[in-house]
Design a protein around this ligand. Structure first.
Ligand code: FES
Length: 147
């Protein structure tokens, strides 16, 4: 059911932990399954993501996608990190089973929430960034059938 890359990131997740005095912290949940994801970002003065860590109470797919997502945003600029979508993360993992696609949204949304937190703290605007949802299903009921 899972690709080798998903299994690898699930069994050996990268960047697990937390960052003290993080530049931005984002937490999102999935009310349907009760899983929660928290992402910590350390962003330097040039708006480069120096470090990133995550913590989760989540399923294997949420762990694997978050692990991969943290690898993909580390060392990147804020704008580059905005391009790390759940789709890009899934592609990097060679795919996820269709029923697990929604799990990959936790990582994307948590990164966006952490960037939002950073932007608020620094009084800046990040192009393309919308106010984060605290639950990934907020306002997405209509799409539910597709999962
Ligand atoms: Fe909840 Fe995967 S089942 S995030």
């Amino acid at each position: 059911m899972y690709t080798e890359k998903v299994m690898d990131h699930f069994q050996h997740p990268r960047n697990v932990g937390e960052i003290e005095n993080a530049s931005g912290v984002g937490t999102v949940g999935n009310a349907k399954c009760g899983d929660i994801m928290r992402i910590y970002l350390d962003i330097d003065d040039n708006q480069i993501i120096r470090d990133v860590k995550f913590k989760t109470f989540g399923c294997g797919a949420a762990v694997a996608t978050s692990s991969m997502a943290t690898e993909m945003v580390k060392g990147k600029s804020i704008q580059e990190a905005m391009e790390v979508t759940n789709k890009a993360v899934m592609e990097a993992l060679d795919g996820l089973p269709p029923v697990k696609v929604h799990c990959s949204l936790l990582a994307e949304e948590a990164i966006h929430a952490a960037l939002w937190d950073y932007a608020e703290k620094h009084g800046i605007k990040i192009e393309g960034l919308k106010k984060p949802k605290s639950d990934i299903h907020e306002g997405e009921e209509a799409e539910e059938e597709e999962y």
